[in-house]
Design a protein around this ligand. Structure first.
Ligand SMILES: [Zn+2]
Ligand SMILES: [Zn+2]
Length: 272
């Protein structure tokens, strides 16, 4: 299984020379196996994937962890949606605010956006995902679990070709590591884990306390790996204020505690 990082940033996209090495697009990860593709989240990284693919006919599912802006904002700009031969399925949780279709329609509505989902020529599908009910998309076997985040979030465990990836962005552990995630992610080959803050930032020693904002520290992410016997850690959902030097400092600190840690950077590919 191949893992490609299309967008690794949290909250809002960023640009400029200080962010060039890490990349500025918000969350989007592409898994590839046996010639098939599964897209995780549709932040502005999805728009950059669309630029790579061009307006071509594709048959792909985009699986959403949740529908905060930084995870859906690339959808209206995903070029293959404009090809009539494309079949694109959007999958995610049904919540008290509706299903994934309601959220994507809501994003593309005047006066905030000039055209709706009807502007796309592609054949669209929508799929409700339930926690604890495994399902398959092509060669990928997928299971979702709920974790702690404002308005809710799913983490996904994805198996293909004998390898296991866990996508755990936008999760908050709080004062103790969430035992549900340890159990769910145990033994994974790779976990892509929220690492938006440092412990000092989270606790309010640098700027405001970030408790309740829905995110993890890199220290949490490392602890999940050591407790869960996980092989590799991609530090993910970098804070928009974190420049390349800041990301590298966190990467080095994490690696000194857990040798399998690395910072997710845009356009990088990990082969499992
Ligand atoms: Zn986010
Ligand atoms: Zn979020």
């Amino acid at each position: 299984m191949k893992v490609r990082f299309q967008g690794v940033r949290g909250s809002i996209p960023v640009s400029g020379p200080a962010f060039a090495r890490t990349g500025g697009n918000t969350t989007c990860v592409v898994l590839e196996h046996e010639g098939e593709r599964l897209v995780l989240d549709g932040g502005t990284g999805l728009a950059s994937l669309g630029q790579d693919l061009g307006c071509t006919a594709i048959d792909t599912t985009v699986l959403f962890t949740h529908v905060h802006w930084d995870h859906i904002q690339g959808v209206p700009f995903f070029a293959p949606l404009f090809h009539p031969g494309s079949r694109i399925t959007f999958a995610g949780a049904r919540t008290q605010w509706g299903g994934i279709e309601d959220s994507l329609r809501g994003q593309m509505r005047p006066p905030q956006f000039p055209v709706g989902l009807d502007a796309f020529a592609a054949q669209l599908g929508f799929l409700d995902v339930d926690a604890g009910h495994p399902f398959e998309i092509g060669p990928f076997r997928i299971e979702a679990a709920e974790m702690t985040h404002p308005n809710g979030v799913f983490v996904y465990r994805i198996d293909a070709g004998g390898k296991r990836v866990v996508f755990a962005t936008d999760v908050e552990h709080g004062e103790a590591i969430d035992a549900r995630l340890i159990e769910f992610a145990s033994g994974a080959d790779l976990i892509i884990h929220d690492a938006q803050y440092t412990r000092r930032e989270y606790q309010g020693e640098v700027g405001p306390a970030r408790r309740g904002w829905g995110h993890s520290t890199w220290e949490d992410a490392v602890e999940v790996c050591t407790l869960g016997g996980i092989e590799r850690l991609a530090l993910f959902h970098h804070d928009p204020t974190r420049d390349d030097a800041g990301v590298q400092a966190i990467e080095e600190a994490a690696r000194s505690r857990f040798s399998g840690a690395f910072a997710a950077r845009e356009s990088e590919v990990v082969v499992l």
